[in-house]
Design a protein around this ligand. Structure first.
Ligand code: SF4
Ligand code: SF4
Length: 397
């Protein structure tokens, strides 16, 4: 995901890709990812989706075609001012360096597939595609009290409990009245499996929205096994689960047994799930460090924001936050209602207005009306002071 593009940069990007997309003059780079992840999206988006060719390192495939696209080696890629390459493979940083060494420029000559979906959807179909994860908060109740909770749940001053399902429906209705397709919708909390209206929510997703997104998932901490109704609805509507695994974090209370039971149950219902146990980051900074950051000149603050690739956005009360940390911090009161949080007020977008639609598409690509985010002042991620945190460590009491 690109981030922090000014409108001028964004227009340059849009103008340089529009003609190539229309003329089918774009190459893909990387084949296996194309087949695994992108192919279903291709089918949904357009049965005429096309690349001029696909670059792949497997010499045995050169000269063959796949999905009708000729497979070529990197040496056969034509290099000129208007070369356009979409990187489909996972190792974008390495491929990006290689393409730069060949004289190609990021954004102008090559971009990552997710950004390309957005461009392609707009220029081929006038559709608005948000090709990244958007998360929605269901509840601020949780079964755990993690000291380094990314959503800062244990530190909220006021707890709202479960969000009214009508508010979630209103947010999704608004979103899909402005945008046409979403790659991944995630439900989080707190612990979303505490959410009382989960059966109604899953029914709603299946009935109204599931066909408008590639993937829909719920992130859980592994302490709760849902009841039969929720499990069946999740299976029926192809809702994935992401289990954050906190083993060895001193949670106790039979955590391991609950986690194993949850996995067995998902297996029995044929529900797709992943288990994540990656290291946690301590996003917080000391007051002195925050003051130091707040005093930095705007160019340096802007550089940090633009360099950040956290890629997790949130939808809350009609507002799309391009950074989920911003959303959490506003809820927490760390940043005030007047501080700049970056994002889109969907209520202010006129879906019938061409300029509004173009700007909306651009926000999905990483256009921001201001290049500085208030939340970056209190976030360690891009400061060089990023610290790892003990995963799942519990607060006392
Ligand atoms: S399980 Fe821990 S990290 Fe997740 S929402 Fe609850 S307190 Fe936060
Ligand atoms: S607040 Fe943190 S996660 Fe969000 S854009 Fe700034 S540095 Fe990135």
């Amino acid at each position: 995901m690109l981030r922090g593009l000014t409108w001028g940069e964004c227009e340059e990007l849009l103008n340089s890709w529009e003609k190539s997309i229309r003329d089918n003059n774009v190459y893909g780079y990387g084949l296996s990812k194309m087949m695994n992840f992108q192919a279903p999206a291709c089918r949904w988006l357009d049965d005429g989706f096309s690349f001029k060719g696909l670059v792949d390192k497997n010499t045995a495939l050169h000269g063959l075609t796949i999905m009708g696209f000729p497979i070529i080696s990197i040496d056969e890629l034509p290099i000129h001012e208007d070369t356009k390459v979409v990187v489909v493979a996972n190792d974008y940083p390495a491929i990006s360096e290689r393409l730069k060494a060949m004289g190609l420029q990021e954004k102008k000559n090559f971009i990552f597939i997710n950004d390309y979906w957005t461009l392609w959807g707009f220029y081929r179909h006038r559709k608005i595609i948000y090709s990244h994860l958007i998360s929605i908060l269901l509840t601020d109740r949780c079964t755990l009290k993690c000291e380094f909770c990314g959503a800062k749940i244990p530190y909220l001053r006021v707890y709202e409990g479960d969000r009214d399902i009508s508010k979630i429906e209103a947010d999704l209705d608004l979103f899909f009245s402005r945008a046409d397709w979403l790659t991944d919708l995630g439900f989080g909390g707190g612990e979303p499996l505490l959410y009382n209206d989960m059966p109604a929510l899953l029914t709603l997703i299946g009935r109204k929205y599931r066909t408008k997104m590639y993937s829909c998932h719920i992130t859980t901490n592994g302490t709760i096994t849902p009841d039969e109704k929720v499990l069946q609805l999740a299976a029926d509507h192809n809702i994935r689960f992401n289990i954050s695994y906190y083993s060895g974090c001193g949670i106790g209370d039979g955590y391991e047994a609950k986690f194993e039971r949850l996995k067995r149950t998902f297996d029995a219902y044929g529900i797709d799930y992943t288990v994540t146990s990656y290291p946690w980051i301590d996003f917080s900074l000391s007051q002195d460090e925050s003051n130091e950051l707040a005093a930095l000149d705007s160019e340096e603050m802007s550089r940090r924001f633009r360099a950040c690739n956290s890629g997790c956005s949130s939808l809350l009360d009609g507002f799309y936050y391009s950074c989920a940390v911003s959303c959490h911090e506003k809820k927490l009161g760390v940043i005030s209602a007047n501080d700049y949080t970056d994002g889109v007020d969907f209520n202010a977008i006129d879906p019938g207005n061409a300029a509004d639609r173009k700007k909306l598409m651009a926000t999905s690509l990483g256009y921001h009306s201001k290049p500085i985010l208030k939340a970056c002042e209190t976030c360690s991620l891009m400061t060089g002071r990023k610290k790892f945190a003990p995963r799942g460590r519990q607060l006392k009491g």
